[in-house]
Design a protein around this ligand. Structure first.
Ligand code: 5GP
Ligand code: ZN
Length: 113
């Protein structure tokens, strides 16, 4: 937990966000600048700066488990979706609290930009 981390503050409900699912360990909320009809961020409640700083691998299981609930609730499982973790500069990470992007509701292109 860090006092001025944006996603820690969202997890503590100090900053509003459209929360779509919650678990003991994670929170899922809509991205403020959605890149697809469905764009949800899944974050651990505990502060982890990036995938590089992850010590407890179980956190990833909790994140993907909540992501699966969101995918089901948004009706995306059959048509498909993308789940991605951007890490550091080359990965395009801009918020340094670990988060899983869950994108769907349109066809994704590959390779990514
Ligand atoms: P990154 O670029 O680090 O992989 O993803 C950070 C994401 O957080 C971006 O897609 C950005 O739109 C989203 N974001 C940044 N600030 C806020 C905010 O205050 N609220 C919400 N809901 N999303 C945010
Ligand atoms: Zn944080």
């Amino acid at each position: 937990m860090t006092a001025d981390c944006l996603f820690c503050r969202i997890a503590r409900k100090e900053i509003p966000a459209t929360i779509v699912a919650e678990s003991e360990f994670c929170l899922a909320f809509r991205d403020i600048k959605a890149q697809a009809p469905v764009h949800v961020l899944v974050v651990p409640r505990e502060h982890v700066g990036s995938l590089n700083e992850l010590k407890d691998r179980a956190i990833l299981g909790h994140m993907f488990s909540l992501a699966a609930q969101v995918v089901h609730a948004e009706g995306m499982s059959e048509r498909g979706y993308r789940a991605v973790i951007n890490t550091n500069d080359d990965g395009g990470q801009t918020v340094f609290h670990l988060h899983l992007h869950v994108l769907g509701g349109r066809r994704m292109s590959w390779p990514p930009g």
